[in-house]
Design a protein around this ligand. Structure first.
Ligand SMILES: [Mn+2]
Length: 424
């Protein structure tokens, strides 16, 4: 007899790829999710773990919620169960209930573990005579997140020790040793007596032996950021099927058929013909029934390159290729690989480079995080603090009118050239 469960993470339902500005591209996430569920149903699996970031926002649109319900209908009605924790993307302010709470309240078979220790009354799962114990640790926002996470993991450690069967920790956290540029927990601080650490947050695929168990990040289900293209080429995108029949879990990687993506770079007008040839070669060799997304990074001579590229970009678009021109990628481009929950060093660096004041930069990041959690009162306080820095604003306002006038002319030229739509 086999004890098999599916494990996915970082699905980001409802994500809109603003830069590509195509409804078809936005639908890819839903399609990947459905592809996964079809596979799980055809393999007769009954348990799907989602380790956070099921939704891209704490308040997804009604359309996204309805589409989720439609996607999981067949799996749930055939006796399937979905076990969730919140990720940093679908965590709301304390005062609000999250979309994951909503779907677990109103859909039978969906369980939201929250930060928790064990709920026998809700989750008494036995597969082929093996008891499965699920322990949850969702994303915790704010500066105390790591510390609270440590406390929850200590409790998990104590309870897991006394359990029979298989212990599965479902969590949305970053691990320092695996992803050093973000703040995270150390491998050492993870609870012991766990057979399978079902993790989410890092969008790459990782499988490691840790303590007495296996730690696994299935990675994001689709390519969420272009930083993930290299990992997708090496390891694919999709989810895991985990065999818990024996004490040592066996992890099988399942790859989904997703839209191909490729990155190109150019820094001089002289390289345009080369670049066009390179792109044409890539398109000709592509083996996929989906048209690709191509990202082109322009790092210098931007205006002249844009102009020279325009007819080619138009032609590719007409063929159905989705293009994303990135201007000055090193200067202003933020990366959507997941960072720590209280803002990352990279994010701070980027905002600081724009505003030239680290304290203001920290406040702006805090305000951004606050607004995405929809806690209006707290956001108001942060906004007040930002606007009260009189010295900074006096200086900044003297310097700003010039640069904002420049950028509005640039915008106008872009839309006249018809290129605006590629740069959304
Ligand atoms: Mn994520």
């Amino acid at each position: 007899m086999m004890v098999l469960i599916a494990h996915a993470a970082d699905i980001h339902l409802g994500k809109s790829f603003q830069r590509i500005a195509s409804e078809e591209r936005d639908r890819d996430i839903d399609e990947a999710f459905r592809q996964m569920l079809d596979f799980i149903i055809s393999e007769h699996l009954k348990i799907l773990i989602i380790s956070g970031d099921l939704f891209d926002r704490p308040r997804p649109s009604n359309f996204t919620l309805a589409s989720f319900k439609e996607s999981v209908k067949e799996f749930l009605s055939s006796g399937g169960r979905i076990i969730l924790v919140n990720g940093d993307h679908d965590t709301a302010a304390e005062s609000d209930i999250t979309a994951t709470d909503l779907v677990s309240r109103y859909l039978n078979g969906v369980y939201h573990l929250r930060h928790f220790v064990k709920r026998e009354h809700e989750l008494n799962i036995e597969e082929d005579g093996v008891k499965l114990n699920f322990f949850g640790l969702g994303a915790i926002r704010g500066p105390r997140g790591l510390k609270q996470g440590q406390e929850i993991m200590k409790r998990i450690n104590e309870i897991a020790r006394t359990e029979q069967g298989r212990n599965i920790m479902v969590s949305h956290i970053s691990i320092k040793e695996i992803f050093p540029i973000a703040e995270g927990h150390s491998l050492d601080s993870l609870p012991s007596n766990i057979d399978y650490y079902a993790l989410g947050h890092i969008h790459r695929r990782i499988i490691n032996n840790v303590k007495d168990g296996i730690l696994a990040y299935p990675g994001s289900l689709e390519i969420i950021s272009r930083d993930e293209i290299d990992d997708w080429k090496k390891k694919g995108k999709g989810f895991y099927i985990v065999d818990l029949s024996s004490r040592e879990p066996l992890v099988h990687q399942v790859n989904l058929d997703i839209r191909p993506q490729e990155k190109f770079g150019i820094s001089s007008e002289k390289e345009v013909q080369n670049l066009v040839a390179e792109v044409e070669k890539y398109l000709a060799q592509l083996y996929s029934d989906k048209m690709p997304v191509i990202h082109i990074e322009l790092s210098d001579e931007i205006d002249s390159i844009k102009k020279a590229l325009r007819p080619h970009v138009d032609r590719w678009q007409k063929q159905g290729v989705m293009t994303n021109l990135i201007l000055n990628p090193s200067k202003a481009e933020t990366s959507s690989i997941e960072y720590g929950t209280s803002g990352s060093m990279n994010e701070l660096k980027i905002v600081n480079a724009l505003v030239g004041d680290e304290h203001i930069a920290r406040l702006i990041i805090e305000l951004k995080n606050c607004l995405s959690m929809s806690d209006e009162q707290q956001c108001g306080e942060i906004a007040k603090e930002i606007t009260s820095k009189k010295e900074y604003w006096d200086k900044a306002l003297k310097e700003w009118p010039k640069s904002s006038a420049e950028s509005s002319t640039q915008k106008k030229n872009l839309s006249e050239a018809g290129l605006g739509k590629f740069m959304g």
